[in-house]
Design a protein around this ligand. Structure first.
Ligand SMILES: Cc1ncc(COP(=O)(O)O)c(C=O)c1O
Length: 391
C-alpha cells in the first residue's frame, strides 16, 4: 500500500511541535512560558460560554446546513455592515470549522494542477501546504522589512505568469503581525482581478488591527474588492480557538461549488459552537472584545520595549496580529537552535522562522504576545537570562 505524495511530503507545523515539547516539559514539572502559539488567553466572551451551556440542555443537536446556521450567517453579514460598512448577502457566507477549513475549501474550489498561486515569504505555513496538496504551484515572493514583509502590487506583478490563478494574502499577517496598507491591498486585488485571478484574503486578525488615523476600524478588503474570497474566524478576536469556528465570504460563483465540497468534506461545522457564537455579536460581547484588543496593544508595547532592552531587534513593528518577528541573527545562533536552547534552558517556547519562511528561516523567530502580561514579563526576563548565558 502506498502513501500519497502529499501525505509523505507535508511539512510539520513546527509551532505545534514546539508547543508539544513545551507540554512535555510541563508534564515533567517545569513551568514553561509558552509564547509559541497564537492563542489569546482570554477565552470566549462570557455570553458565548453561557449560550453554550444553554444549548447543552439535552436537546438534539443535528447537523446544520452545510454552509451553516442561517442566523449565524446573518449575524456575520450584520457585523460586516455595522463595523465595515460593507453589504454582504448572508447567502455568500459559509460557516466553517475554523478559518483552516475555510482556507481548505477556498483552495479546493480554486486550485488545480498547473495553477500558480502567489504568496508572500514569510507567510502562514498551512496555505503553502494547501496549495501543493491540490497540485498547485507556489510562487513565493521574498519580502523585506521595507515592505513590512508583505506583498505589494509591484512584487505581485513581477511574479505574475500566464498560469497565475490566485493571490493568497493574510493581512494582518502571521508571523509578522503586519498589515498591507489598504490602498496597496486594493491595488493588488485590482491587478489580480483584471487578470482573472482569485484573491484569497485571510482577515482573521483584522479586528485586532490598529484603527486608521481617524479612529475608524481597519478596513476589510471587501470595501475595495467585493468579489474577493475573504476568510474570517472566531478564533482570535473572539478568543475561541478551540471552538473551531470560522467563515468564508464567497463571491457568488463560488457559493454552490463550496457548498457541495463542504457537504462532502464536513457535513457542517459544530452545531453547538454555531449556536453559541451568535452571542459573540451582542453589544456586550463586542465591547469586551474591543477592551481585549486594547489589552493586546498594551502587551505589544510591553514586548517591543522588553525586546529592545534585551537588544533583540524586531525589524518591523506589528500593527495587528499578536506576533513579533524577531531577528536573532546577532546572537550567533540560527533560529532553530535559538528556539531549542531557549526552550531547554530557560523554558520559553518560541517558534522558529522555518515554519513561515525561506529567506528568514534561519534568522528570525516568532513570539506570540497573546499570553498574559505576567507571562510575557516572565518570558522576557528568562530570555534575558538566556542571552546572558550565551555570553
Ligand atoms: C493567518 C492564519 N490563518 C488561519 C489560521 C487558522 O485559524 P483557525 O483557528 O480559525 O482555524 C491561523 C491560525 O493561527 C492563522 O494565523
Amino acid at each position: 500500500m502506498k502513501l500519497t505524495h502529499r501525505a509523505q511530503h507535508a511539512e510539520p507545523f513546527h509551532a505545534l511541535a514546539f508547543g508539544e515539547r513545551a507540554a512535555a516539559l510541563e508534564a515533567a514539572g517545569h513551568r514553561v512560558v509558552k509564547l509559541s502559539i497564537g492563542e489569546p488567553d482570554f477565552g470566549a466572551p462570557p455570553a458565548v460560554r453561557e449560550a453554550m451551556r444553554a444549548v447543552m440542555d439535552g436537546r438534539p443537536l443535528p447537523y446544520t446546513p452545510a454552509l451553516g446556521l442561517p442566523a449565524l450567517r446573518t449575524a456575520i453579514a450584520g457585523f460586516y455592515r455595522d463595523r465595515h460598512g460593507v453589504e454582504v448577502d448572508p447567502a455568500r457566507i459559509a460557516i466553517t470549522t475554523g478559518a483552516s477549513s475555510a482556507l481548505l475549501l477556498a483552495t479546493a474550489a480554486t486550485t488545480e494542477p498547473g495553477d500558480e498561486v502567489i504568496i508572500a515569504d514569510p507567510s502562514y505555513p498551512c496555505n503553502r501546504e494547501l496549495v501543493t496538496s491540490f497540485g498547485g504551484t507556489l510562487v513565493t515572493v521574498p519580502t523585506t522589512a521595507a515592505s513590512r514583509y508583505q506583498l505589494d502590487a509591484a512584487s505581485v506583478e513581477a511574479s505574475w505568469s500566464e498560469r497565475t490563478n490566485a493571490v493568497m494574502i493574510a493581512s494582518p499577517s502571521n508571523p509578522t503581525g503586519t498589515s498591507i496598507p489598504f490602498p496597496e491591498l486594493a491595488a493588488i486585488c485590482d491587478l489580480a482581478r483584471s487578470r482573472g485571478a482569485w484573491r484569497i484574503v485571510d482577515e482573521i486578525y483584522l479586528e485586532l488591527a490598529d484603527p486608521d488615523r481617524d479612529g475608524s476600524p481597519a478596513r476589510s478588503v471587501l470595501a475595495a474588492d467585493p468579489a474577493a474570497v475573504v476568510i474570517g474566524s472566531f478564533s482570535k478576536y473572539f478568543g475561541m480557538t478551540g471552538w473551531r469556528l470560522g467563515w468564508a465570504v464567497l463571491p457568488e460563483p463560488l457559493v454552490a461549488p463550496v457548498e457541495r465540497l463542504a457537504m462532502h468534506y464536513f457535513l457542517s461545522a459544530s452545531t453547538p459552537a454555531q449556536y453559541a457564537a451568535l452571542a459573540a455579536f451582542t453589544p456586550e460581547s463586542l465591547a469586551l472584545c474591543e477592551q481585549r484588543r486594547l489589552e493586546l496593544v498594551a502587551r505589544r508595547h510591553l514586548v517591543l520595549d522588553g525586546l529592545a532592552a534585551l537588544g533583540l531587534p524586531v525589524p518591523v513593528r506589528p500593527d495587528g496580529a499578536f506576533y513579533v518577528y524577531i531577528d536573532v541573527s546577532g546572537t550567533g545562533l540560527d533560529a532553530w537552535t535559538f528556539c531549542e536552547r531557549a526552550l531547554d534552558s530557560v523554558h520559553v517556547a518560541l517558534t522558529p522562522g522555518r515554519d513561515f519562511a525561506a529567506a528568514t528561516a534561519d534568522t528570525h523567530v516568532r513570539l506570540s504576545y497573546a499570553a498574559s502580561a505576567d507571562e510575557l514579563t516572565e518570558g522576557l526576563s528568562r530570555l534575558g537570562t538566556f542571552l546572558t548565558s550565551l555570553g
